[in-house]
Design a protein around this ligand. Structure first.
Ligand code: PSU
Ligand code: MN
Length: 316
């Protein structure tokens, strides 16, 4: 039975049951995306921000083989402290970590899977995985993209980092019918910067509009995810030259050192952070906060749409 595998924190379970807004959060960003102690500190702040905007946060991970929906603050601290000693868990890893009763930090793909199993529809993070530069040779395409093709969860992110081939990532999403929404922008943001030179499919200007599009998609049985690309606030955006230089050097190093498979993304994130000093980490943290805010606002609107019309609150 599903209940034997899922462990939903009581506050989250209650919110799901009563139709209150919930926002899923991932744990690879904690263990593999940022250094300790700022990773744990950031994850706790993200939860606070989600609450401030009227939704319940549910940080997702695999803990002792259970699919845990809503980590306790001590668990977030442990995932931050253990860092890359925790398995990075994408779709293919879930059955083995569960069978062996291990811990796993969930990526966008596996967080979407577990959120969907629990009945959560909105997920906020930093950046998604995608088609890597040079993928025509390496075949390196993140499992996040196939998950977005199939699993009914909306992912709020700051676009895709330029460690990826953003153009190919958008082509892949288009082939798989995944809508890419620009939040108050026509352009696909590139994580540290607000612009990538690529257009999004639709510009949407309010959380209510996003929520309505999500409802229409899923009401119609059009399964799969949606990307809500939310540009980093201008005051925290980085100089495109500095960041693109660091990315090129980090990719060259990964090729030289023969880094492969699931280690590539964490390797690049770590090298870029080292090369740009604390600046990129500060930007990274701020864009995650910005996504947490928007994710909560979308979850609030989606919960309102799900209510029968007679009981829907009239907006003040
Ligand atoms: N991009 C980021 N920060 C991250 C990740 C991606 O800017 O922390 C993480 C996410 O958890 C994402 C995963 O799902 O890396 C993708 O890994 P891979 O490319 O191996 O699928
Ligand atoms: Mn990969």
């Amino acid at each position: 039975m599903l209940a034997d595998y899922l462990d939903i924190r009581s506050e989250v379970a209650e919110a799901i049951r009563t139709g209150k807004p919930v926002v899923a959060l991932e744990s690879t960003i904690i263990s593999h995306g940022m250094p300790y102690p700022r990773n744990a500190e950031t994850a706790l702040n993200v939860e606070r921000i989600v609450r401030e905007r009227g939704a319940i946060p549910a940080t997702i991970a695999i803990v002792g083989g259970k699919l845990k929906v809503g980590l306790a603050p001590e668990e977030i601290e442990t995932f931050g402290k253990l860092g890359t000693a925790i398995h990075k868990a994408s779709r293919r890893d879930i059955p083995f970590l569960v069978a062996r009763q291990l811990n796993g930090a969930t990526t966008v793909a596996s967080t979407m899977i577990i959120a969907a199993l629990a009945g959560i529809r909105v997920f906020a993070t930093g950046g998604i995985g995608g088609v890597h530069r040079g993928a025509t040779e390496t075949f390196d395409i993140s499992a996040d993209l196939q998950e977005l093709a199939h699993t009914n969860v909306a992912v709020v992110c700051a676009g895709a980092k330029a460690i990826l081939d953003i153009g190919l990532t958008l082509e892949y999403l288009e082939s798989n019918g995944v809508p890419v929404i620009g939040y108050q922008t026509e352009e696909m943001p590139a994580f540290y910067t607000r612009e990538s030179g690529f257009k999004v499919d639709y510009r949407v200007d309010s959380p209510a509009e996003v929520a309505l599009a999500l409802k229409c998609k899923w009401d119609l049985g059009l399964t799969g995810g949606v990307i809500i690309a939310n540009p980093i606030p201008a005051e925290y955006a980085m100089d495109p030259e500095i960041i693109s230089g660091a990315i090129s050097r980090a990719i060259a190093e990964s090729v030289d050192q023969g880094v492969k498979g699931k280690d590539i993304t964490p390797f690049l994130l770590d090298r870029i952070q080292q090369m740009t000093g604390g600046d990129s980490l500060d930007s990274n943290i701020q864009l995650v906060y910005n996504n947490a805010r928007l994710g909560a606002e979308i979850a609030v609107e989606l919960a309102r749409l799900a209510q029968p019309i007679a009981t829907r609150g009239v907006a003040a």
